[in-house]
Design a protein around this ligand. Structure first.
Ligand SMILES: *[C@@H]1O[C@H](CO)[C@@H](O)[C@H](O)[C@H]1NC(C)=O
Ligand SMILES: *[C@@H]1O[C@H](CO)[C@@H](O)[C@H](O)[C@H]1NC(C)=O
Ligand SMILES: *[C@@H]1O[C@H](CO)[C@@H](O)[C@H](O)[C@H]1NC(C)=O
Ligand SMILES: *[C@@H]1O[C@H](CO)[C@@H](O)[C@H](O)[C@H]1NC(C)=O
Ligand SMILES: *[C@@H]1O[C@H](CO)[C@@H](O)[C@H](O)[C@H]1NC(C)=O
Ligand SMILES: *[C@@H]1O[C@H](CO)[C@@H](O)[C@H](O)[C@H]1NC(C)=O
Ligand SMILES: *[C@@H]1O[C@H](CO)[C@@H](O)[C@H](O)[C@H]1NC(C)=O
Ligand SMILES: *[C@@H]1O[C@H](CO)[C@@H](O)[C@H](O)[C@H]1NC(C)=O
Ligand SMILES: *[C@@H]1O[C@H](CO)[C@@H](O)[C@H](O)[C@H]1NC(C)=O
Length: 571
């Protein structure tokens, strides 16, 4: 029995819903083919039911909001390839400042595009000028224009404000630029730029994130004085037109723009690539963007250049690794991991605590080998000639040495942070210093001090409770204090020549890691008490001092230390 008697009204309700959907759906139809967009029109962010957009007559391109791949409550106002499932974005207005649900873009009466958030504040506007605009149009070549009565004089074109991509029939004049986005899924301004320089040179630069200034070039056409404009022609070639009517060829697809969607994009990894996507064959379901026959520019970015400032192509302590299909990846060396797994360009951090320079900890570290990896600018010491064993032990002993490179009888010591990391044949053997075993570093120290703080609070509470409770407990407390005083007196009578160094030791505070090392990971048990276990340890100072370490149950971070002879005095 599926329908029980008191659910009889439901089919009627359902009918209402169906009617309602039937009535509203024509009004909110998604793929309206707008040719001319009149002043005063607007688009709002998509909902589950509608995806409002202004499409080109062929439907190939659309202007409208696209959700961010990783956060579908944020939207980019974009031009995208409309007839493919990927809806690939080829231009974006507000990559640095995504719009919330409920934002809208208006073609104002003054003839400007104005993107406003749900409370009506401006997020982005096409331009400041105004007047003269008669309508807007999404063209079949992917250009969105604010047109005037003079068809050869548009007030504004997306083709003149490129982001990271150019399309067939688009031209970039001297003084314009492409700017890569920061990651595949984040449209914020990124770390690489392609400049069509006013001096006639076409140059790829690495830029710093704070000032947006350029750090240095890693590719150039070397056409100073003769370059005129960067052209993506409809036959599928990207070239730099020169004054003498020849061209500097950049990339080409080898296929016609009639059968394939094409785009050339400065990708987040700094490589300029030309991509193709078959237009029609609906039978081939797994269509995708692929590299054109004339591929890419600067796919050798890993090794193309050295940057004196900044981290280089990949983040600090990482290295750039060429991969198949003219791709590259930023990778962490052994013993290191990404600061942010989603933002790999931010670099890598060691997974262990740095070697102390105060005590000789050489034996706590080992060298991981990696062939053909180098950080060419991180040297601080060079030994030549030298054999590998000597190179290894010199790095292990030296607290400054993070990596040693050994190549043909030469040894280089490198310090942190490592920059310009690259994988390159013939650069030798990288010996990466990592600690033996897994010690967590800074983050756990923070939580450790936090916990100690909490434990102190706990102690205060316990004392308060004791003070405010029964006489029996108070007597117990007084006895404990008396025992402590007795112990301290004994200690004072045991004078030794090491007293000053003991004082130092007693005053020093120890990290959990240091104590773990001192006790060889709490190996040798000396005794067990009600609150914890006491372990034998050796402090790595000179002269080495034997200690007893008491590890409190369930409060591992709070540890008491004393000289081994006075073990009974530990609190
Ligand atoms: C679009 O506007 C232009 C200029 O106002 C006009 O010439 C053209 O016919 C219009 N196209 C359509 C399809 O309305
Ligand atoms: C965009 O719209 C906002 C709110 O209506 C307005 O304050 C702002 O001046 C407009 N900007 C342009 C460039 O029209
Ligand atoms: C249209 O604009 C072009 C380019 O600015 C200009 O050369 C031409 O004289 C204009 N035509 C008219 C009729 O205003
Ligand atoms: C995109 O990257 C920028 C810069 O790194 C960052 O500030 C922003 O929060 C990121 N946006 C998203 C949606 O992840
Ligand atoms: C055109 O100019 C480029 C760059 O200055 C030069 O390399 C090339 O040889 C020139 N070609 C001709 C045919 O003059
Ligand atoms: C550039 O490409 C065009 C057409 O693909 C070709 O005719 C020309 O020779 C190429 N120029 C150079 C310098 O390779
Ligand atoms: C589409 O498929 C047909 C037959 O499979 C093939 O001949 C044609 O080259 C394909 N076109 C494209 C653009 O891939
Ligand atoms: C975004 O999503 C992609 C794929 O869904 C994932 O690989 C990536 O790690 C995500 N990035 C962030 C910043 O969450
Ligand atoms: C370090 O930890 C990782 C995973 O947490 C483990 O796979 C690895 O074996 C550990 N290495 C050592 C030396 O303990």
């Amino acid at each position: 029995m599926i329908f029980s008697h008191h659910h009889h009204h439901h089919p009627l309700c359902f009918l209402h819903v169906v009617l309602f959907i039937l009535i509203i759906s024509p009004l909110t139809s998604t793929a309206q083919t707008h040719t001319n967009i009149s002043l005063g029109s607007s688009l709002s962010t998509p909902t589950t039911k509608t995806t409002p957009s202004w499409t080109s007559p062929s439907g190939d391109f659309a202007f409208g909001f696209r959700p961010l791949p990783n956060d579908t409550t944020l939207f980019i106002l974009a031009i995208y390839v409309n007839n493919i499932p990927e809806k690939t974005i080829v231009w974006s207005a507000n990559g640095d400042n995504p719009a919330q649900t409920g934002s809208k873009v208006t073609l104002t009466r003054e003839g400007r595009l104005n993107l406003t958030n749900p409370s009506g504040q401006e997020i982005w506007a096409s331009h400041e000028g105004g007047g003269a605009v008669t309508h807007a149009a999404m063209l079949d070549n992917g250009n969105f224009v604010l047109a005037t009565a003079n068809s050869s004089n548009n007030a504004w074109e997306s083709f003149n404000q490129p982001t990271d991509t150019i399309l067939p029939s688009q031209e970039l004049g001297l003084g314009s630029a492409l700017l890569a986005r920061i990651t595949e899924t984040n449209y914020s301004s990124g770390r690489f730029t392609l400049r069509v320089q006013t001096d006639g040179n076409l140059v790829l630069y690495y830029i710093d994130q704070i000032t947006k200034n350029i750090y240095g070039a890693y590719w150039a056409s070397n056409t100073v004085g003769s370059g005129v404009k960067l052209v993506f022609d409809v036959s599928g070639s990207v070239y730099f037109a020169l004054k003498n009517n020849t061209a500097f060829n950049v990339t080409k697809s080898g296929v016609s723009a009639k059968d394939y969607y094409q785009r050339a994009t400065l990708d987040p990894d700094g490589v300029f690539r030309q991509y193709i996507y078959p237009k029609t064959n609906k039978s081939t379901l797994n269509n995708a963007w692929s590299l054109g026959a004339g591929g890419s520019v600067a796919s050798d970015i890993c090794t193309a250049s050295l940057f004196r400032s900044g981290s280089g192509v990949c983040g600090f302590n990482s290295y750039c690794k060429p991969e198949t299909n003219q791709n590259m990846a930023c990778v962490c060396p052994k013993g290191y991991s990404f600061l942010d797994e989603n933002l790999k360009y931010k670099g890598c951090k060691p997974d262990f605590t740095a070697q102390s320079c105060d005590v000789n900890e050489g034996q706590m570290y080992q060298l991981e080998e990696m062939l053909d990896v180098d950080w060419p600018l991180a040297d601080y010491e060079h030994y030549d000639p030298m054999d590998e064993d000597q190179c290894r032990s010199l790095c292990l002993e030296d607290c400054f040495c993070a990596v040693a490179i050994f190549r043909q009888g030469s040894c280089w010591k490198k310090k942190l942070p490592l920059s310009n990391g690259r994988e390159q044949i013939g650069v030798g053997r990288a010996l990466i210093k990592v600690s033996i075993g897994n010690f967590t570093s800074t983050p756990s120290l923070l939580t450790e001090s936090n916990r100690i703080h909490k434990n102190q609070q706990a102690l205060i509470i316990i004392v308060s409770v004791l003070l405010g409770s029964s006489t029996f407990l108070n007597i117990f407390l007084i006895l404990a204090i008396l025992m402590l005083l007795l112990c301290l007196r004994n200690k004072n009578t045991m004078k030794s020549r090491q007293e000053s160094s003991m004082l130092e030791v007693n005053l020093r505070s120890f990290t959990y890691k240091e104590l773990e090392e001192a006790t060889d990971k709490f190996k040798e048990e000396l005794g067990r008490g009600a609150f914890g276990t006491v372990y034998k340890g050796i402090l790595n100072s000179s002269p080495a001092i034997q200690v007893a370490v008491k590890k409190l149950d369930r409060m591992e971070e709070e540890v008491g230390v004393g000289k081994i002879q006075n073990k009974s005095c530990n609190l």
